[in-house]
Design a protein around this ligand. Structure first.
Ligand SMILES: NC(=O)c1ccc[n+]([C@@H]2O[C@H](COP(=O)([O-])OP(=O)(O)OC[C@H]3O[C@@H](n4cnc5c(N)ncnc54)[C@H](OP(=O)(O)O)[C@@H]3O)[C@@H](O)[C@H]2O)c1
Length: 287
C-alpha cells in the first residue's frame, strides 16, 4: 500500500495524546519515529504498533528532554537514519514542576522540557524538514497560556515562581515561536502550526489541573487535523479543530524575533530559520 508520508516523528509517544497520535500515524507513514524517555515504554509501544502496521518501519528514540545533551543525541540519530522528515509533532510536555527545579543545563525545567527542547529539536532537524515537497511541524500547546505574559527578563522564573505559570509560559513561548516560524516559512514547502488539542484525561492533565477532561482519542483527532489542515493567510493556530487567533502578543514580528534571540542564547545554537527571515522582516515598518 502507498503511504501518505515517508517519515514522521512524534515526541512523547509513550503515553496520552502522543501515544494515540503515534497509533493513528503508524498506518500512514513508511517510517515512524517514536520518542520517549524510558526504553521499556518505548519497546512496549513499538511492540504494540508493529503487528498492526507490517509495512511501517518503527524507530524508537530515547531522550529525556530534561537533558539537552540527550536532545542533541536524538537529533544526530535521526539525521543519521533519514534523509527527509515529513512530519514533526512536538507533543512531549510536563506539567509545571514543583518546587522550581533547574535542569543540568541551567534552565527552569518546565521551560526546558516544553519549550527549549522542542525548539532545539526543530532546529536540529530543520534540514530534513525542508527537504520534502510538503512537510509540517506541529507544536502541541495549551490554552492556559492565554492567562500569562512572557517574562522576557526572567524566562527561568527566578521570581514569583508558580508551576501553573511555568507551564503556561512554556506553552506561550512555544506558540509565539510557532507563529514566527509559520510566518517565516509561509512561502516554503514546510509549514508550522500550533494546536491546543482540548482537555484530555491524561497523566499531565490530572497532575496540572485535575478537573474532568475529555477522551484522549478526541485530542488526538485534533492533532491529526493540525497535521493535515491547509495553512495560509488565516494563520497557524488551532484550538481543537478551529483555526483562531493566538494571544495578541503573538502577532508581533518584533516579539517573535526577540524570542528567537533569547532562545538561541539559552540553547547556545544557531536557529536556521533566522537566516530565511531577516530581510523580509526589515521591510516591515512595525518590526
Ligand atoms: N491533556 C490535556 O488536557 C492537554 C490539554 C492541552 C494541551 N495538552 C498538551 O498535550 C501534549 C501531550 O500531553 P498529554 O496530556 O498527553 O500528557 P501525558 O499523557 O503526560 O504525555 C506527555 C508525554 O510527554 C512525555 N514527557 C514528559 N516529560 C518528558 C521528558 N522530560 N522527556 C521526554 N519526554 C517527556 C511523557 O513521557 P512519560 O510517558 O515517560 O511520562 C509522555 O509521553 C502536551 O504538550 C500537553 O501540554 C494536553
Amino acid at each position: 500500500m502507498n503511504k501518505k508520508w515517508a517519515a514522521a516523528l512524534v515526541t512523547g509517544a509513550t503515553d496520552g495524546i502522543g501515544c494515540a497520535v503515534a497509533h493513528r500515524l503508524a498506518g500512514l507513514v513508511d517510517t515512524l519515529l517514536i520518542h520517549g524517555r524510558y526504553p521499556t515504554s518505548l519497546m512496549e509501544l513499538a511492540a504494540s504498533l508493529a503487528p498492526a502496521n507490517p509495512g511501517t518501519t518503527i524507530i524508537p528514540l530515547k531522550a529525556d528532554l530534561a537533558s539537552l545533551a540527550e536532545v542533541r543525541y536524538m537529533i544526530n540519530r535521526v539525521c543519521g537514519s533519514l534523509d527527509r522528515l515529513d512530519i514533526l509533532v512536538n507533543n512531549a510536555a510536563t506539567a509545571g514542576i514543583y518546587p522550581r527545579t533547574l535542569s543540568a543545563d541551567g534552565h527552569e525545567m518546565t521551560l526546558q522540557v516544553n519549550y527549549l527542547a522542542p525548539v532545539m529539536l526543530t532546529a536540529g532537524l530543520f534540514p530534513l524538514l525542508t527537504t520534502p515537497a510538503h512537510s509540517r511541524i506541529v507544536n502541541v500547546v495549551c490554552s492556559p497560556q492565554r492567562n500569562v505574559k512572557l517574562r522576557w527578563h526572567d524566562m527561568s522564573l527566578e521570581h514569583r515562581y508558580h508551576p501553573v505559570t511555568a507551564y503556561a509560559q512554556s506553552k506561550l513561548a512555544l506558540t509565539l515561536h510557532t507563529a514566527g516560524l509559520a510566518d517565516i516559512l509561509a512561502d516554503s514547502s514546510c509549514s508550522a502550526v500550533s494546536v491546543d488539542p482540548g482537555t484530555a484525561d491524561t497523566k499531565l492533565h490530572r497532575r496540572a489541573f485535575g478537573w474532568p477532561a475529555g477522551p484522549v482519542a478526541a485530542a488526538a483527532d485534533c492533532v491529526l487535523y493540525a497535521i493535515t489542515a491547509s495553512t495560509g493567510v488565516k494563520g497557524s493556530y488551532f484550538e481543537q479543530q478551529l483555526r483562531t487567533e493566538p494571544p495578541t502578543e503573538h502577532s508581533s514580528p518584533h516579539a517573535q524575533r526577540h524570542l528567537d534571540r533569547i532562545t538561541a542564547n539559552m540553547l547556545n545554537i544557531h536557529l536556521p530559520w533566522v537566516d530565511m527571515v531577516y530581510s523580509p522582516l526589515t521591510k516591515t515598518p512595525a518590526s
